[in-house]
Design a protein around this ligand. Structure first.
Ligand SMILES: *Cc1c(COP(=O)(O)O)cnc(C)c1O
Length: 427
């Protein structure tokens, strides 16, 4: 048996896999599979590492809710005092429904629409993280027409290599995010001259699943150089937002602990005289990724000449990261079998795509009907789930103080058909 992911609150008792002490096999029987199960204690422990790192500082943790935007998960973070980093009007609605304080919401993303800007201005969000000059001008126009001033920060592209998967690296020249280093000062001068904009801060986000401190330290140096230049031009910056991106243990990865990373970053801030500035961070994956597992049942074993397949009832529509990024998730039986030889399987789902796999070349001793846990499934799994193949999205359970509670019903076909207008419907 391999080791369990760090920070996951998973354990084994007589072989049986438990999450925060709760028997996962029992939950799978009660709620069927595929089923996501999350540990609230794991989320709060991950958050506490950031909070320890920021003790004595002015800092706001804005949970990047695209990682997992289920209402009850958002409530956990809202009740723990977090703000939210949103990327759409839908996420704004969800954050407000979860009880978020509007002034602790920041709005990121390259493609905000006028309607999204209007709603966010009307509820009074804390800051728009603007990603282009064109967006700045549209936001200015929307704010002026409402008689408001939009709080803005400009997302700068520090051009550092986060050394992560190309699809989740965002801080290099040549990707769509942020404003190039050399254009930043002129963009700030333009923003400061607009009647509908109030410059508040600066932000960057260099990528995701980062497991080294180096890229963060480099990005911070580059951002602080820009802060100095912008303030020398007479534009004060109230906050500095370093984005998210800290990695988690998927496969023995050893990312720095959040408090240790921030000790290094704060030392640099202090050395450069910015230690008392308000800090904002936008962690997503590192708060929820290892708080969740996806439970799935083995349907069939299909031996082959070149490969053996273990066909399970969870698929790429439930857990898209392997298909999308060739991501690795540990997969283990809930109750290991003794006295059965392990075989090497590709663990695949029922969807009609060759890309529908959850794990490759896994050593498993399993039989049909066995239950498996796909680990590290708290981030970018359920929030990326789709209805491909008219599969209903999975149910979700939150373990709260050792008590399991259902936080999302399994989606039915009727739920999916509700928005569709058949040809015999009255228009
Ligand atoms: C996705 C995203 C985050 C969160 O990234 P994680 O890797 O999940 O921590 C933060 N900020 C922005 C702008 C993002 O797009």
């Amino acid at each position: 048996m391999t080791t369990l992911p760090q920070g996951s609150f998973l354990s084994r008792q007589d072989g049986q896999l438990l999450l925060e002490g709760c028997d996962l096999a029992g939950l799978a029987r009660t709620h069927q599979t595929p089923l996501f199960v999350y540990s609230k204690a794991a989320m709060l422990q991950a958050l506490a590492a950031y909070q320890r790192g920021f003790a004595g500082r002015s800092a706001l943790v804005c949970y990047a809710m695209k990682a997992n935007s289920t209402l009850a998960v958002l409530q956990v973070f809202a009740q723990a005092g977090c703000g939210f980093d949103i990327v759409s009007g839908g996420e704004l609605d969800r954050a407000l429904a979860a009880g978020a304080t509007p002034s602790n919401i920041i709005f990121s993303g390259v493609g905000k629409t006028r309607a999204e800007m209007t709603k966010a201005l009307q509820v009074g969000i804390g800051c728009f993280n603007v990603e282009s000059q064109a967006e700045l001008d549209v936001l200015n126009g929307v704010a002026v027409s409402l008689g408001l001033r939009a709080p803005v920060s400009i997302r700068v592209n520090p051009n550092v290599d986060a050394k992560t998967h190309p699809y989740i690296s965002t801080g290099l020249k040549g990707n769509k995010f942020g404003i190039a280093h050399e254009d930043v000062l002129a963009t700030y001068q333009h923003a400061a001259a607009q009647p509908g904009l109030a410059v508040k801060g600066i932000d960057c986000h260099i990528g995701s699943q980062i497991t080294d401190t180096g890229p963060y330290l480099d990005a911070m140096d580059r951002v602080l150089d820009l802060v100095a230049a912008i303030e020398a031009a007479g534009i004060p910056l109230h906050h500095i937002d370093f984005g998210g991106g800290l990695g988690i243990d998927y496969q023995g990865d050893q990312p720095p602990a959040a408090d240790g990373l921030w000790a290094q970053l704060l030392a640099k801030l202090d050395a450069r005289g910015y230690g008392q500035r308000q800090l904002v961070i936008e962690p997503g994956r590192s708060l929820v990724g290892n708080a969740g597992v996806c439970l799935t049942e083995v349907l069939y074993l299909k031996p082959g000449e070149h490969k053996n397949f273990c066909i399970v009832d969870a698929a790429m529509n439930d857990l898209p990261r392997p298909a999308m990024y060739e991501a690795y998730h540990r997969i283990e039986p809930l109750q290991p079998r003794s006295g059965m030889a392990a075989q090497t399987y590709d663990v695949v789902g029922p969807v009609c795509e060759s890309g529908d796999w959850l794990g490759r070349d896994r050593e498993l001793a399993v039989a049909p009907g066995d239950l498996l846990a796909v680990m590290s499934a708290g981030a970018y799994c359920m929030s990326m789930a789709s209805n491909y193949n008219t599969r209903g999205r999975a149910a979700e359970v939150l373990i709260d103080n050792g008590q399991a509670r259902l936080i999302r019903h399994r989606e039915s076909t009727a739920d999916q058909l509700r928005l569709e207008l058949p040809l015999n419907a009255k228009p």
